[in-house]
Design a protein around this ligand. Structure first.
Ligand SMILES: Nc1ncnc2c1ncn2[C@@H]1O[C@H](COP(=O)(O)OP(=O)(O)OP(=O)(O)O)[C@@H](O)[C@H]1O
Length: 244
């Protein structure tokens, strides 16, 4: 919505500790425009924490998360407006489906007519036009997740973080959500998504960031990760025999 870019996102020696444990080992990497980056790893490997550190929901215990163009004051609200996050369980306001999307746009300063038009468009793009007036919380899990994507997409984020967005959904709902994620990416938004599902990662990933026990152990182009994992942990995970 505003000029310039906030990418790449740079993590410099970022570590996260809680309860006296190091949960994310120091990691330095850039998240660049373009490829769909899938954070892959077994349960408890640190994927959600990694994503939350990137999005800014939690602060690193050590190191620094830095957006391009970020000023000395950290970039403030403008940075927040350029990134969005969708969670495993969507959090909906106690309003209609369309009002949930309109509210996100209100926070971005759009006027009433623009909000209504854009919200309608987003519901159409996510297959929810017929449900616009339904209370958002009465929608099914799959519909709510599509609504969460419509709401996130509405603000045209430069980067979208997705934390296990299809966990708990049935195969048809998974397919719809994956198609919407593909459309958001095709429209120019950088996708960073967590999954522990190998098959889903094979379907969606351009590159893999593989985590194991809080450590980024591999980061590779997806095809080569799956055909020739370099570490024993990744090999074991790809072969379905990782003992974590
Ligand atoms: N605030 C916290 N305090 C202590 N431990 C935590 C905290 N947050 C997360 N953990 C632990 O850190 C580890 C990594 O958690 P995280 O949720 O990032 O894993 P994950 O890879 O996303 O797993 P899953 O696939 O099961 O969602 C887990 O062992 C979790 O119990």
């Amino acid at each position: 919505m505003s000029a310039g870019t906030i990418l790449p996102l740079r993590l410099e020696a970022v570590a996260f500790e809680a309860s006296g444990r190091t949960l994310i080992e120091p990691v330095t990497l850039d998240i660049t425009r373009g490829p769909r980056s899938l954070l892959l790893g077994p349960n408890g490997s640190g994927k959600s924490l990694f994503l939350r550190l990137c999005h800014g929901l939690i602060r690193p215990s050590r190191g620094r998360v830095h957006w391009k163009g970020e000023g000395a004051n950290g970039g403030g609200r403008s940075l927040l407006h350029r990134q969005a996050m969708v969670f495993q369980r969507p959090v909906m306001l106690r309003r209609s489906a369309i009002a949930n999307v309109e509210y996100a746009l209100k926070l971005r300063g759009l006027d009433r007519d623009a909000r209504r038009d854009r919200a309608r468009e987003m519901l159409a793009r996510t297959g929810l036009a017929a449900l616009a007036r339904m209370p958002a919380r009465a929608l099914s899990g799959g519909e709510q997740q599509r609504l969460a994507l419509a709401r996130a997409w509405a603000i045209e984020p430069e980067i979208l973080f997705l934390d296990e967005p299809t966990a708990n959904l049935d195969p048809a709902a998974v397919k719809m959500v994956e198609e919407i994620i593909g459309a958001i990416h095709a429209a120019g938004t950088k996708i960073v998504m967590t999954t522990h599902d190998l098959v889903q990662a094979r379907r969606l990933a351009d590159e893999i960031i593989f985590l194991h026990r809080g450590r980024v152990v591999e980061r590779r182009e997806a095809a080569s990760f799956f055909s020739r994992p370099e570490t024993e942990a990744a090999r074991a995970f790809v072969e379905g025999r990782l003992d974590w």
